[in-house]
Design a protein around this ligand. Structure first.
Ligand SMILES: CCCCCCCCCCCC(=O)SCCNC(=O)CCNC(=O)[C@H](O)C(C)(C)COP(=O)(O)OP(=O)(O)OC[C@H]1O[C@@H](n2cnc3c(N)ncnc32)[C@H](O)[C@@H]1OP(=O)(O)O
Length: 213
């Protein structure tokens, strides 16, 4: 049996829409298993796992039925050779089981995302782990920089203020915008909101690398 490759995805065999749909479905099952392992105890554990494995087995019996008449939930990105690029991003990619995934709902001067965090992101009871708030904000502010500045930039500084806990199990909004562009430096800010109230604020600096000599 072939082992899972650790090579970067662009070195793998070409993807199809159907493979992409199957992989996204499998990632969704993995997410449900990750959350369920934390909320399912005692005698409920075995039936829970059987159910989840059954969902995967059913999909594998007719893998391409999943894709019939449907588009991947995450529109495919094509590489320079016209192949589907595998989106590895650990915050927004539907194919990455670690990603919640956070969804971009508006893009422009301000970027808006929505996300609902299950139990595997818990810090305080029923609240989001603070480190994960920083992950969401890093991604959102980076996206605002990416949309508004042509050169690719990387996070140089990120400051987070935690004003209220971010709740799990309900939709929260993440907003981000650029505040200043100064040569290779771009400053951005943003917030996580729940029920219309700001829970966390972030500001930071993104820098595009110096052009190679
Ligand atoms: C294919 C891609 C897909 C990309 C896909 C990405 C997916 C989304 C990821 C989300 C975003 C991330 O997490 S990105 C990953 C996390 N970040 C990283 O790994 C970045 C690691 N850091 C770096 O690689 C580097 O530090 C860079 C490239 C960011 C900057 O390098 P550099 O060019 O050498 O920078 P440096 O000279 O130190 O600073 C540049 C200028 O900024 C000034 N400066 C530095 N800090 C500050 C500061 N706090 N406030 C004001 N100014 C500052 C300096 O004085 C200098 O001014 P002057 O002398 O010019 O006047």
């Amino acid at each position: 049996m072939a082992e899972a490759s650790t090579a970067p995805p662009d070195q793998r065999v070409p993807e199809s829409i159907q493979h992409s749909v199957l992989a996204e479905f499998a990632a969704g099952v993995c997410r449900d298993i990750a959350g369920g392992l934390l909320s399912t105890t005692g005698d409920d554990l075995v039936p829970f796992l059987e159910r989840e494995v059954g969902r995967l087995r059913q999909a594998l019996e007719d893998p391409f039925a999943l894709g019939e008449g449907s588009e991947p939930r995450h529109p495919p990105v094509f590489d320079r050779r016209g192949r589907i690029a595998v989106a590895t991003n650990p915050v927004v990619s539907h194919r990455n089981a670690i990603a919640p995934p956070m969804k971009l709902v508006r893009s422009g001067d301000e970027c808006e995302f929505t996300v609902e965090l299950p139990l595997q992101y818990q810090g305080p009871p029923s609240k989001l782990h603070g480190g994960y708030s920083a992950v969401l904000l890093d991604e959102a502010l980076w996206k605002a920089v990416r949309v508004n500045v042509s050169a690719i930039s990387f996070t140089r500084e990120l400051t987070i203020g935690y004003e209220r806990p971010v709740p799990l199990f309900e939709p929260v909004t993440v907003l981000a915008r650029v505040t200043e562009v100064d040569g290779r430096k771009t400053f951005a800010e943003g917030e996580i909101l729940a029920g219309g109230e700001v829970c966390s604020r972030a500001h930071g600096l993104w820098i595009s690398p110096r052009p190679r000599e």
